[in-house]
Design a protein around this ligand. Structure first.
Ligand code: SAH
Ligand code: SF4
Ligand code: F3S
Length: 570
């Protein structure tokens, strides 16, 4: 009876689907009702890791001792983790990098230790991506290696647990547990708070999963732990999920509905990063510029319309609340020496107010990512992007008028369902017309569940996709080379990141437009200081550009600078 009630409770709480034997050890005494009620509420909230490891009997409270088996013996307040070393491997987009820090922050609070190599770990957690078939294939291959490693593990080390986190866990759910028996836990992007419990269930020898998506989880109260303590740049998640439902894209299915993190928690994190000396923050989300914190005090916003001209959405834009422009304004006021970037925005949400703010605020980088996906209006409609080629080009012109010298980057998919040679030529011509500083170019990969999978025909042969992709890359490079060539002779403000990968005698960093700048690491005489000056990671420096390629700029170190008093480029 008791165990049936408990399993119903567990079902209602919808916390897991694979924890079968938990209830069997609950004491049956009728006289301990009050303590059992307490226990039930603890179970409904999900037992803690400490509830499963080192099953030390609870020290009896002399005033309430009635009989010995009143209490479940695995509940104890003295945690003692035996297999507590976790190792993270992160795949996919920046959201996953940020999520890894969130997951780690949660596990750290539960007593776990993070290790830097898979061989030292008791649990290996893969933070996965599903965006294209290839991303998932990488994980399947890695799981094979890990299954082998698990088998070979010596008894003295204890069992190795393998966890699959993130988008692939969400997309494939229990299919993964059936296909790869070595996997012990699954946690979708909204289930990271449940990780300590999932790991503890796995510890008891069972598979455990939580792939429930949430309407409101933003991990607002979980401060991500920066992986590197001397980090110069940092990502701050401002929203999660996506409502756009582009017909090719799996993200709305793996990350769920769009929700914005409350503004106060974002500001708190940026302040904390500023106090730690972080010099550049990138606001992160799948659709950052549709940010809307409806819980915030409503500002008398002057925004004309949340939608850019010529753009539409499949959902009703929210009125009221605190919008992206307000957030960007507040974030950029925190530290005048901190650069602010954001990614990924959607072209539909660029009201003029956002562009004005970018132009006016010295520390918001004059660099915008505007994913086009295709240059053909016919394909854009099939993709359900909510704009035509013409509307996109108008937006680019508007950006260039508002923000002279703005750097633009984009994403493109080639070989989408029924893309013709003519459509492809339109994409090449858009690449030429806009001349992006950076572009992420992909061959279309059909994803189950998407509208394209259900309703369209993935009829562009793989070799044609490959050829078109190569053509896109070639045209992009040609244009980027010209863009970078124009920077030769200018002086750029560069945030130094560290030693160049190619040569230990060079330093590298990024300019305002996010292009890599490399320069020789040496001391120079300073006009205002007695000693010579030398650039270090985290410094803003002035660099005179002397040569360029399609990917980077090379220059001469002119001296130290700061963000407030130096123009981004001259
Ligand atoms: N929310 C962001 C990024 C989403 S994923 C945005 O809308 O821009 C990053 C990029 O992956 C997308 O911009 C798109 O270019 C690409 N992508 C998404 N689904 C894909 C698919 N099924 N095949 C190939 N590329 C895809
Ligand atoms: Fe995917 Fe489109 Fe959402 Fe970007 S905007 S995450 S491409 S559905
Ligand atoms: Fe991949 Fe998920 Fe990011 S599918 S691209 S990790 S949102």
């Amino acid at each position: 009876m008791e165990s049936m009630k408990l399993s119903r409770l567990l079902c209602r709480a919808k916390l897991w689907f694979s924890c079968r034997s938990l209830s069997s050890s609950i004491a049956r005494s009728q006289r301990a009702t009050a303590r059992k009620e307490e226990f039930r509420s603890r179970v409904a909230a999900g037992p803690h890791l400490k509830d499963f490891v080192n099953p030390v009997p609870v020290a009896p409270d002399p005033s309430s001792v009635e009989d010995d088996d009143d209490l479940p013996h695995y509940i104890t307040d003295s945690p003692s983790l035996i297999y507590n070393k976790v190792y993270f491997e992160t795949y996919g987009c920046q959201m996953n990098v940020n999520d890894t820090e969130i997951a780690w922050s949660i596990l750290q609070k539960s007593g776990y230790i993070r290790v830097n190599s898979a061989t030292e770990a008791d649990a290996i957690l893969l933070v996965t991506c599903s965006i294209r078939e290839k991303a998932e294939q990488t994980i399947w291959n890695r799981l094979k290696q890990l299954a082998f490693m698990k088998q070979k593990r010596g008894k003295s080390q204890g069992p190795l647990k393998i966890g699959l986190l993130g988008c692939m866990a969400e997309r494939l759910k229990e299919e993964i547990l059936q296909r790869e028996k070595a996997v012990d836990i699954l946690a979708g992007p909204d289930a990271y708070r449940d990780l300590p419990r999932l790991l503890s269930v796995a510890e008891s020898g069972q598979q455990a999963a939580n792939v429930l998506l949430s309407l409101d989880e933003t991990y607002a109260d979980v401060m991500p732990v920066q992986t590197s303590s001397n980090s110069i740049s940092s990502f701050v998640s401002i929203m999660r999920g996506c409502n756009n439902m582009c017909t090719y894209c799996i993200v709305p299915f793996t990350r769920g509905r769009e929700r914005s993190r409350p503004v106060h928690s974002i500001l708190e994190e940026v302040r904390m990063l500023s106090s730690q000396g972080v010099k550049e923050v990138t606001l992160l989300g799948q659709n950052v510029n549709s940010y809307c914190d409806t819980s915030a005090v409503q500002f008398p916003t002057t925004e004309t319309s949340p939608l850019s001209r010529g753009f539409s959405t499949i959902y009703k834009p929210r009125q009221g609340g605190l919008h992206f422009v307000d957030l960007l304004d507040q974030v950029s006021r925190i530290d005048p020496e901190m650069r602010i970037r954001f990614t990924s925005p959607h072209p539909k949400d660029f009201p003029d107010e956002v562009l004005h703010l970018i132009r006016e605020r010295h520390n918001i980088c004059k660099q915008i990512h505007i994913p086009a996906q295709s240059g053909s209006s016919r394909v854009l409609e099939a993709m359900r992007r909510g704009y035509t080629r013409e509307a996109y080009i108008d937006l680019v012109q508007n950006m260039r008028e508002h923000i002279p010298g703005v750097s633009l980057s984009s994403d493109f998919i080639t070989g989408f369902c029924q893309e013709t040679e003519e459509d492809h030529q339109q994409t090449l011509s858009l690449l030429r017309e806009v001349s992006y500083n950076a572009a992420f170019l992909f061959a279309y990969s059909m994803r189950k569940k998407t509208k394209a999978f259900h309703r369209m025909n993935d009829n562009v042969p793989p070799e044609v996709k490959k050829r078109r992709l190569e053509e896109l890359i070639a045209v992009f490079r040609e244009e980027a080379e010209k863009v970078n060539q124009r920077a030769v002779g200018s002086t750029q403000l560069v945030l130094v990141e560290g030693v160049s990968k190619r040569s230990s005698s060079d330093l590298c960093g990024r300019n305002d437009g996010n292009t890599k700048v490399v320069f020789h690491d040496h001391s120079i005489a300073s006009n205002s200081l007695e000693n010579d000056v030398r650039a270090r990671p985290g410094d803003y420096v002035l660099v005179k550009i002397i040569s360029s390629s399609s990917q980077s700029l090379r220059g001469r170190f002119l001296g130290l600078a700061n963000l407030q008093s130096s123009p981004a480029y001259s």
